[in-house]
Design a protein around this ligand. Structure first.
Ligand code: DQA
Length: 148
């Protein structure tokens, strides 16, 4: 059975490409989705990408993923630093979730250093731009024993 992965993007990430490109790069969200999907295909992984600017909608998407996904790659945007509700959603769905950030949040403002979500995630990837999403997929594949 091939694995299924949710690629979930949080608030403001729909603006990628034009939003602070010096921080987040010039790659658009669609380009990221396409690049991760084509990388995923090499491993027979089916990828479904979703984006929302709303905390509750992100929680709903995670709850639904419980019924179809084997794991998730999640850039929670600023909710990383604020959302106990998203943390509870992640710990409640019993799916491996990799937290990902385009920028190195630890090298930025102090309020970005703390992630409320990382403790309930498989791990965190931060600072490698769009390629971090490929590393996140490697992390899931590795956790399933599907990488050498
Ligand atoms: C981000 C980092 C967050 O601190 C910020 O609020 C974002 C993007 C990143 O990908 O680097 O919206 O998650």
């Amino acid at each position: 059975m091939s694995k299924k992965v949710l690629l979930l993007h949080g608030p403001n990430l729909n603006l990628l490409g034009t939003r602070e490109p010096e921080v987040y790069g010039k790659t658009t969200l669609d380009e990221i989705n396409q690049r991760v999907a084509s990388y995923a295909r090499k491993f027979g992984v089916e990828l479904r990408a979703e984006q929302s600017n709303h905390e509750g909608a992100l929680i709903d998407i995670l709850h639904v993923a419980r019924n179809w996904a084997d794991g998730a790659i999640f850039n929670p945007g600023a909710y990383t630093h604020t959302s106990i509700a998203l943390r509870d959603a992640i710990s409640g769905i019993h799916l491996p979730v990799v937290e990902i950030h385009l920028s190195n949040v630890h090298a930025r403002e102090e309020f970005r250093h703390k992630s409320l979500l990382a403790p309930v995630c498989l791990g965190q990837i931060s600072g490698f731009g769009w390629r971090g999403y490929l590393l996140a997929l490697d992390a899931l594949l590795g956790s399933w024993g599907l990488l050498d």
